[in-house]
Design a protein around this ligand. Structure first.
Ligand code: AMP
Length: 331
């Protein structure tokens, strides 16, 4: 298909099942369906938390390794590191002039971050949606495969692109849309029973793609549940809903139905359910973990992939930046 595709993952640590099901599995499918797909390691985005330099470069490498391990093929898509493409930073500066303080302050993820980290409310955190818009617009992408949590940022990307078109009286940027396969975007729940799986919630609430079977079993067995239903067809609370949603993602539909029926008949055994979820996760993650092991010491391959992606991404980005500079009069 012709539509241009873009998406990325921040190198803030190892990738977890949320990143996989919310984003990377779609990247892998899309690279075969779209001839112009760009996937990147969003290292500039992760600077908002001032990562230790050594950790940052290790995490960039880890994210690249995991992209390859999940099946991204550098010959089918453009696989690059965001900071290798300096045109992104220049376009970001230009788009910062188009973004209003009021709209940026209203973004729910910004408000959340202000609440969680009151000592580090930096300007980069505020303008995060601008950088994300630039990631997408720099390739003039139309489809953006992301998890549910990112959909609002895509709406802002449309606003910024349209504003550019309007101010400079051009029809240059197309409108990008969030993309997912199936009926709704996926949100993978956290193991602590509250909300979605997220790196910032801690090791024990996430299943990482690189986790060993033992670690997976231990974490899943500790996942939050309750004392079980006391009456037939009792509504599920958030923690129970989460554990069922996890099973829906990793297990066969018949397995899920059997446990759902047991819940509704008040004879569910959460221990058995968690064991089944852990077994299914271990089985599913085995080839990915093996691939991670295979790629992790192949620095020659990783460097080659990175250089190849950089070249292709710069080609597309510099064309957009050249056009933008001309449109706005920076000739
Ligand atoms: P991040 O780790 O925040 O850079 O997210 C990278 C991608 O993973 C984005 O497309 C997110 O929407 C997606 N993602 C992160 N956590 C989850 C989750 N728990 N469920 C579904 N998608 C997620």
């Amino acid at each position: 298909m012709k539509d241009i595709v873009v998406s990325g993952v921040r190198p803030t640590g190892k990738q977890h099942l949320g990143n996989y099901y919310g984003a990377v599995t779609n990247f892998v499918k899309m690279q075969y369906e779209y001839s112009n797909a760009y996937f990147f390691v969003a290292d500039l985005h992760s600077l908002t938390t001032h990562p230790n330099p050594e950790n940052l470069s290790l995490n960039v490498k880890q994210t690249l390794i995991e992209y390859l391990a999940c099946g991204l093929d550098p010959d089918k898509c453009t696989l690059y590191v965001q900071s290798d493409v300096p045109q992104i930073s220049e376009l970001y500066l230009i788009f910062n002039m188009l973004a209003y303080l009021g709209e940026l302050e209203k973004v729910p993820t910004f408000k959340e971050k202000v609440r969680d980290n009151p000592n580090n409310i930096n300007a980069g955190l505020l303008t995060y949606p601008v950088l994300m818009a630039v990631d997408i617009l720099i390739h003039n992408a139309k489809k953006v495969p992301v998890g549910k949590d990112q959909m609002q940022h895509i709406e802002m990307t449309r606003n910024f692109g349209n504003r550019f078109n309007h101010i400079y009286k051009v029809d240059y940027f197309s409108e990008p849309h969030g993309f997912y396969y199936g009926e709704a975007p996926v949100s993978v729940p956290s193991l602590d029973g509250i909300g979605k799986m997220s790196k910032s919630k801690g090791e024990n609430t996430c299943i990482y793609l690189a986790d060993e079977p033992d670690a997976i079993r231990k974490k899943v067995m500790k996942a939050t549940t309750d004392n079980g239903p006391t009456e037939p067809n009792q509504p599920k609370n958030e923690a129970i809903e989460n554990i069922f949603n996890l099973m829906k993602i990793v297990s066969a539909p018949e397995t899920l139905n059997a446990f759902d029926e047991a819940y509704n008949n008040c004879n569910i055994r959460y221990g058995d359910m968690k064991k089944q979820i852990a077994d299914d996760m271990i089985e599913f993650l085995k080839p990915i973990r093996e691939n991670i092991e295979r790629f992790k010491n192949d620095d020659t391959l990783l460097q080659k992939v990175r250089n190849q992606g950089k070249e292709k991404a710069i080609e597309s980005a510099s064309k957009t930046l050249k056009d933008v500079r001309e449109i706005i009069g920076l000739k």
